[in-house]
Design a protein around this ligand. Sequence first.
Ligand code: PGA
Length: 251
Amino acid sequence: MKKRLIIGNWKCNPSTLKEAKRLFLTILKKIKKKKTIEVGICPPFVYLYPLSNLDRKKKIVLGAQDVFFEIGGPFTGQISPKMLKDLGCKYVIIGHSEKRKFGEDDQLINKKIQISLKSKLIPIFCLGETLEEKEKGKNFERVSIQIQEGLKGITKKEIEKIVFAYEPVWSIGTGLACQIDDVFSMTIFIRKILSQKFHIKNSQNVYILYGGSVDSQNAKRYIEDAKVDGLLVGGSSLKPEEFLEIIHSLY
Ligand code: PGA
């Protein structure tokens, strides 16, 4: 059986290292380890090093929320995939709508995916339509373009090293969780494009997560009924009891 993947995206929170450690340790202490579930946390860059030094007892893996598209050099303010890998990061979120909003386009996302794969970081490639696109019935078209553009130059072999995250923009941080049926249709659509474009034999092997107002009440339904392989959790990952409930609801 495929492992379920539950990733907490802390975004620009919390505001001190002390709080970050407390939050992380509270979750760490109470997680019941299970072979079939992998829990990851993507804190802000500055907390990665101190958190990577805690004894995580293999219960939580780390991920970053972004990455630069070069390995190193004169790029003020950037963080390279090699640096993240060196700190023990396993995942990196790429193409989140909160980055796209500030000008990150499909080409930039494509470069970040390519360099991450080269550096053996697993990209969590975010896809999703805006409310306007959804209302115009363009959700599938939008996601299709994001996939085609974001994966230019990516080989068939590399596709299985990418985690896809369907995150409708209108559902992020709004409490408007996407309908189970709509998530289910989108996962089928994503697998179909990957099979057609990359000739993937078994697109069921590809990881697809759902993200957008996930909480302990809806988590299990996304996994069981919408058939996603895991969840990308924003706001609820900052509330330790809620995040733990999400994880444990899948046991
Ligand atoms: P949310 O965020 O769970 O707060 O809606 C999800 C995300 O942005 O990854």
